[in-house]
Write a protein that binds this ligand. Structure first.
Ligand SMILES: O=c1ccn([C@H]2C[C@H](O)[C@@H](COP(=O)(O)OP(=O)(O)OP(=O)(O)O)O2)c(=O)[nH]1
Length: 194
């Protein structure tokens, strides 16, 4: 059987950085046959000019290093850095045990994992976490602001949320006007239910 692998041995559908269409797949299969069945080494995202390095300072030895799992999701899971017990209705900034220097021109967004509420009964009290590029000092630890809907225990190392980085928006100016010059679209819900 022919196997297409990246340099880390992961099955992949990208050859030479491009999506493998039908014709190129045939060529690749022919190449692989010529190579006597040896796996073809494909570029990994970290080889690409698009790949970015983020400096991470770990503030806890109770969490595993951050891991980018390509092919599943490009959000990176984050872990509680200490054991936390919350009674129903209690809230706490849960330390995530990391400080980072984000790449220039980027900010990070933190959101709960989809399974966080099922696993721990906690909600993110700020709904969405925004980590500024300037939040980059050695002790600028990331936190997950949580409120418990039930008694819960979170252990150090538990994956409770996830983050991704996004480019800053362009600089904005605000211009006061008497009219926007557009027809009203209608109030919220004006398109109906179905
Ligand atoms: O879920 C979050 C949200 C923010 N932060 C950190 C990074 C962020 O850069 C900093 C400040 O966040 P933000 O500007 O949203 O909060 P603020 O209430 O306006 O505080 P500040 O006066 O520090 O800007 O707190 C977290 O660790 N977790």
């Amino acid at each position: 059987m022919l196997r297409f692998l990246d340099k880390y041995g992961v099955n992949c559908l990208h050859i030479n950085g491009d999506f493998v269409g039908y014709d190129s797949l045939v060529n690749t299969v022919l190449d692989a046959l010529a190579a006597d069945g040896k796996p073809i080494v494909c570029p990994h995202p970290s080889d690409s000019a698009e790949a970015l390095t983020i400096k991470v300072r770990y503030l806890s030895d109770k969490i595993q290093p951050l891991e980018y799992i390509d092919g599943k999701s490009d959000w990176v899971d984050l872990r509680a850095a200490e054991d936390v017990e919350l009674k129903t209705g209690e809230s706490k900034l849960i330390p995530l045990g990391i400080a980072m220097q984000l790449p220039k021109g980027y900010e990070a967004i933190v959101a709960p994992r989809s399974s966080t509420y099922k696993n721990f009964g906690i909600r993110q009290t700020n709904s969405i976490g925004v980590i500024d590029e300037t939040y980059c000092g050695d002790n600028d630890q990331w936190y997950f602001p949580a409120r418990a809907d039930r008694h819960t225990v979170i252990h150090a190392g538990d994956r409770i949320c996830q983050f991704r980085i996004e480019k800053h928006q362009p600089q904005l100016f605000f211009e006061s006007v008497d009219t926007l010059g557009n027809a009203d679209r209608g109030g919220i819900g004006s398109t109906g239910k179905r």
